[in-house]
Design a protein around this ligand. Structure first.
Ligand SMILES: Cc1ncc(COP(=O)(O)O)c(C=O)c1O
Length: 283
């Protein structure tokens, strides 16, 4: 694999970062994940805008404007040919002697790599996945895509230990999002997702799903989702760039709705696959 690191494209064995990097010492950095289908990044402008926002919120200089990022990522994709992939970008505050205060005169560390996206598992699309409800132990700026992911890691592992695929996080009685995904429920045929605020990541897949649903005339509402209403939901979905729209068919061991992926999920999944197909064709 060829890695982009601080202005150079290098084989992964040569891509090395100092132990004094603030990403390593403090988790002081932000990241972005962009899916690529048929060589074309999905919603690239939106991903780069979110990266710019994350950087601005944590006061790290954005090393590139959108066209600079675009050409860097295009070169990285060229150097790592393959099928469906995802781009990972990480920018940290840079390398300095360990001190909490921002270092002066230090360049950010800029790293990007390409990872394969696993093809969708037909069993997941037929049967859905299990999720569990977990307390949200994260900080109060979950809208920033920070690399500091320990609570997300622990939540996901709690889900896996319980035989589930993903954790749905609960904060002050409300279901906000998954450990690495956004949350949608269907109730009385209406698609509901929590409004964007500091308790959740403004997911690019979330926005695209909302746009596709609206364009198709599906009833949709942004509203908080109390934990108890999860048990009554007809459908639950979790969305992310790499896992797309996952139908959750078991929650804490109990079936969601009929216990199989629901009709509204089938519709939105189809619309999302059509969107990807158009992207692949360059439409
Ligand atoms: C906490 C969290 N919420 C939501 C998402 C989904 O965001 P996106 O659709 O932009 O991948 C992610 C993605 O990794 C995430 O980590």
């Amino acid at each position: 694999m060829i890695i982009y690191l601080n202005g150079e494209f290098v084989p992964e064995a040569q891509a090395q970062v100092s132990v004094f990097d603030r990403g390593f010492l403090f988790g002081d950095g932000v990241y972005e994940v962009i899916p690529v289908f048929g060589g074309r990044p999905l919603q690239l402008a939106a991903h780069l805008a979110r990266l710019a926002r994350s950087l601005a919120e944590v006061r790290i200089h954005n090393p590139h404007d959108p066209s600079g990022w675009e050409s860097l990522l295009a070169t990285l994709l060229e150097k790592n040919p393959g099928g469906d992939r995802s781009l990972y970008i990480q920018v940290t505050r840079g390398v300095a002697r360990r001190d909490h205060a921002f270092p002066v005169g230090v360049q950010p560390t800029v790293f990007a790599m390409v990872n394969p996206i696993a093809p969708q598992n037909p069993a997941v699309l037929e049967q859905g996945v299990a999720a569990v409800v977990v307390d949200d132990h994260r900080w109060s700026r979950c809208d920033i895509k920070a690399i500091t992911l320990l609570p997300n890691v622990l939540a996901r592992q709690e889900a896996l230990d319980a035989g589930a695929t993903e954790a749905i996080l609960i904060r002050q009685g409300l279901a906000t999002e998954g450990a690495a995904s956004n949350l949608f429920v269907v109730g009385d045929g209406v698609i509901i997702t929590p409004p964007k605020d500091r308790s959740l990541l403004p997911g690019i897949t979330r926005d695209l799903v909302m746009e596709l649903a609206q364009d198709a005339g599906l009833p949709l509402m942004e509203s908080t989702i109390p934990e108890q209403s999860l048990q009554m939901a007809e459908e639950i979905w979790l969305t992310s760039s790499t896992r797309e729209i996952l139908p959750v068919t078991r929650l804490d061991g109990r079936p969601v709705g009929t216990g199989l992926p629901g009709p509204v999920w089938r519709r939105i999944h189809g619309l999302y696959q059509d969107y990807k197909a158009r992207l692949r064709e360059g439409a």
